[in-house]
Write a protein that binds this ligand. Structure first.
Ligand SMILES: [Fe+2]
Ligand SMILES: [Fe+2]
Length: 273
C-alpha cells in the first residue's frame, strides 16, 4: 500500500527520467505533488512540440524556440467537434441512440447468421429426439446432439446481443422443419447423422466467412473482430472434432461397434460447438 508521498515519488521518477528535467523543476520536494506533475508535463510539451498547452486547452507559441507557426489543428477541441451532425443524439423513439458506423448490410447479414444458428439448433434437437428413442437408445449421441443444439442457440443469442449492442434490429426469419428419421440402409443412423452434422458445420463456416467478408466490405473492423474472436476458431475446431467422429464411425461399422462409440461419447461429453 502506498502513502500519498511514496506515490508522488514514483510518479515523479517515471515522468522525470526520460524528460531530463532541470534541477529547478526537480526541486519539488518543497512543492506539492500536483505542482511537480504540472511542471513535468509542461516541460515535456515544450521540449517535444515547442507548444505550451494550458489547463484550459488554449495553445501558445514557445517564444524561446523562435517558432511562430500557426497552431490551428494541434489541439483537440471536443466542444467544437462534437457539434458535427454525426454526433447529434437522435430523439425519435424508434431510433437507436448507440448506432454508429453500422451499415444496413451488416445488420441484415447478422440476422441471416442468427437464422443459420437457429436452423442448426433445430436440426440437432431433432437428432437428439431420434437417438433418445427407446428403440434406438444411443444415449451418448442423444446427449451430444442435445448439447450441440443448446450451443447453437447460444450462438444465436450472442449474435442477438451483438446486434442490439450496435443499435441494429433483431429480425428472426423462418426455420425449416428438420427430418425426424436418421436411419440409413448402408451407413446406419449414427454415421449418417454425424456426416450430416459435418456437412452442416462446414456450411456454417462458409456462412461465418461470408459474414466476415461483409464486415470487411463495410469497413466495420469491430464486427470483423467479433466474428473472429467468438466464432471462427470454434468453428474449425468443431469441423475437426466431427470429422474425427465420422472416421471412427466408418471404422466400427453399424452394429456392436456403434454401441462402444456411443459409450465413449457419453463419457467424453461436450458438444459439436
Ligand atoms: Fe454455431
Ligand atoms: Fe456449430
Amino acid at each position: 500500500m502506498f502513502s500519498s508521498a511514496s506515490f508522488c515519488a514514483i510518479e515523479g521518477a517515471n515522468l522525470a527520467t526520460p524528460l531530463a528535467l532541470n534541477s529547478k523543476s526537480l526541486s519539488s520536494n518543497s512543492k506539492s505533488c500536483s505542482a511537480h506533475f504540472t511542471a513535468t508535463i509542461n516541460n515535456f510539451a515544450r521540449k517535444r512540440t515547442g507548444v505550451l498547452v494550458s489547463a484550459s486547452g488554449s495553445a501558445s507559441v514557445d517564444t524561446d524556440s523562435g517558432n511562430n507557426l500557426p497552431l490551428s489543428g494541434l489541439v483537440f477541441q471536443p466542444f467544437e467537434e462534437v457539434k458535427n451532425e454525426a454526433f447529434v443524439v437522435p430523439v425519435a423513439p424508434h431510433t437507436s441512440l448507440a448506432r454508429q458506423r453500422f451499415q444496413d448490410e451488416c445488420e441484415s447479414a447478422i440476422n441471416e447468421q442468427i437464422n443459420v444458428e437457429y436452423n442448426n439448433s433445430y436440426l440437432y434437437h431433432a437428432m437428439f429426439a431420434y437417438f433418445d428413442r427407446d428403440n434406438v437408445a444411443l444415449k451418448g449421441l442423444a446427449k451430444f446432439f442435445k448439447d450441440s443444439s443448446e450451443e447453437e442457440r447460444t450462438h444465436a443469442e450472442m449474435l442477438m446481443g451483438y446486434q442490439n449492442m450496435r443499435g441494429g434490429r433483431v429480425k428472426l426469419h423462418s426455420i425449416l422443419n428438420p427430418p425426424s428419421e436418421f436411419d440409413h440402409a448402408e451407413k446406419g443412423d449414427a454415421l449418417y447423422a454425424m456426416e450430416l452434422a459435418l456437412s452442416l458445420e462446414k456450411l456454417t463456416n462458409e456462412k461465418l466467412l461470408n459474414l466476415h467478408a461483409v464486415a470487411d466490405r463495410c469497413n466495420d473492423p469491430q464486427l470483423a473482430d467479433f466474428i473472429e474472436s467468438n466464432f471462427l476458431e470454434e468453428q474449425v475446431e468443431a469441423i475437426k472434432k466431427i470429422s474425427d467422429y465420422v472416421s471412427q464411425l466408418r471404422r466400427v461399422g453399424k452394429g456392436h461397434g456403434v454401441w462402444h462409440f456411443d459409450q465413449a461419447l457419453l463419457l467424453e461429453g461436450g458438444a459439436a460447438v
